[in-house]
Write a new protein. Structure first.
Ligand code: ADP
Length: 259
């Protein structure tokens, strides 16, 4: 059986998967550097080091993400919207609406029963509603972004923000820290503010069941829970693999169709 690859160069992380026989053979996530070509090469080198394979063993490679056109070794480039849709539906076959929240943008993608793209909307103009908002707030809180979800689960009285603008919300977080509000209440407020912003975007297209989340922010259970509550719709978790890999998985699935 031929081995194929998907490589997703995002604004913050670069992801890659090797697939064989419709199964993920190996995956890797590394931080993105300033040059997409270098990040893509490094993530593939990690996969090859882990598997003992090399580029010549890859029958077809699809690139995606904002840096896709700059990846030197790919056979084809496919948009992030298409790859996230494809990857998410392979991981959660019942998914019809996919909310992808990465470091620099947020996308809501709607698919039909055959996986065909019906509609999509994107927010890539403003940091609020993207992973960057959470990263900035976690830094002000002096915690790792991966702790926001767990901490917020303990909250009994989440704080509120006067504005969802990242700059103003940051000032509010500092104000709450100084007034000794418990960290879990501030974290819950941050996750809810994020979810409110994403829900505004999601409501511009009618969310249809099943709803699934991809991208790094899907690992923040606080945002997932808050978004599910605001939209009044259960969010199906991706359990088979890391949701951050969905775009790279979709790219590898497109590659598989070519061989
Ligand atoms: P991109 O594709 O744009 O590079 P990602 O899909 O990799 O973005 O998502 C990056 C975002 O995911 C970060 O901004 C961060 O907020 C969030 N994130 C990454 N890892 C975790 C984690 N372990 N727990 C919670 N959130 C995370």
């Amino acid at each position: 059986m031929k081995i194929v690859a998907g490589c997703d160069v995002g604004s913050l992380t670069t992801k890659a998967v090797l697939m064989e026989n419709k199964r993920i053979k190996k995956s890797a996530v590394i931080p993105s550097g300033p040059k997409p070509a270098v990040s893509a090469t490094l993530v593939m080198e990690q996969l090859f080091a882990d598997t003992g394979l090399s580029q010549k063993d890859v029958a077809f490679c699809v690139g995606t993400g904002y840096g896709r056109e700059k990846i030197p070794f790919i056979d084809k480039a496919v948009s992030e919207v298409s790859c996230h849709g494809k990857g998410a539906q392979w991981l959660v076959p019942s998914a019809r609406t996919i909310i992808d929240i990465g470091g620099q943008d947020c996308k809501v993608v709607k698919l039909d029963d055959n996986g065909k793209l019906v509609k999509f909307v994107t927010n890539d103009k403003c940091a609020s509603g993207t992973g960057r908002f959470l990263d900035v707030m976690a830094k002000v809180m002096n915690i790792d972004v991966s702790e926001l979800g767990k901490l917020s689960a303990k909250s009994m009285a989440p704080v509120t923000f006067a504005s969802i603008c990242t700059v103003w919300a940051q000032a509010d977080v500092i104000k709450y820290i100084n007034s000794r509000r418990p960290a879990e209440d501030i974290c819950a407020g941050i996750n809810t503010a994020m979810a409110n912003r994403v829900a505004m975007l999601a409501n511009t297209v009618k969310v249809e069941k099943d709803l699934c989340m991809t991208g790094g922010v899907a690992k923040n259970e606080g945002v997932v829970k808050a978004l599910s509550k605001i939209l009044g719709c259960k969010i199906k978790r991706i359990k088979r693999t890391d949701p951050q890999l969905a775009g790279a998985v979709g790219a590898a699935l497109y590659a598989m169709e070519q061989v």
